[in-house]
Write a protein that binds this ligand. Structure first.
Ligand code: CMP
Length: 140
């Protein structure tokens, strides 16, 4: 089925100037960028976005990292977009990510891991709504 998913290019990858190289991988996999912007998250934004991880030991480091510079947020649309994006990203820990995945090629650590992608249909809908009003999403 045609799905939408939220993709975030994190501050480490933005700082490395590889936004275009990462977006090219989505496009090569037939995912379309149907909304996008560069945004500096506030601490409150990052805390709210990652509220599900609030009790985890890595929460504070995660929030600190996500506000350390601008992120590039996008909605990707295409066949099986949620799983396809996860396959392109590779494992959360870049040391465990398969060769040729975005995290294997661009990530430095489990915190600075280059990209975020929604993990399921319900989270995708919530994460997309967190960043984008429906009027700013352009299915095409
Ligand atoms: P992301 O997909 O953005 O969702 C939560 C983030 O927490 C994850 O990517 C990692 O960058 C970060 N993180 C740090 N430590 C861990 C951990 N032990 N398990 C899962 N995520 C972690």
């Amino acid at each position: 089925a045609i799905e939408r998913t939220l993709s975030i290019i994190k501050p480490d990858a933005v700082a490395k100037n590889v936004i275009g190289q990462i977006v090219a991988r989505f496009e090569q996999a037939n995912l379309k960028v149907i909304a996008a912007r560069l945004q500096q998250l506030s601490r409150e934004d990052a805390e709210r976005f990652y509220a599900v991880h609030k009790e985890r030991p890595f929460y504070k480091d995660l929030v600190d990292f996500m506000v350390s510079g601008p992120v590039f947020v996008q909605v990707l649309e295409g066949e099986n977009a949620i799983q396809k994006n996860r396959d392109l990203m590779g494992a959360t820990d870049p040391k465990k990510a398969d060769a040729g995945t975005i995290r294997a090629d661009f990530a430095d650590s489990i915190d600075a891991n280059a990209v975020h992608g929604s993990d399921a249909a319900e989270t995708a809908a919530n994460e997309i709504a967190f960043f984008f009003a429906e009027s700013t999403v352009h299915s095409r």
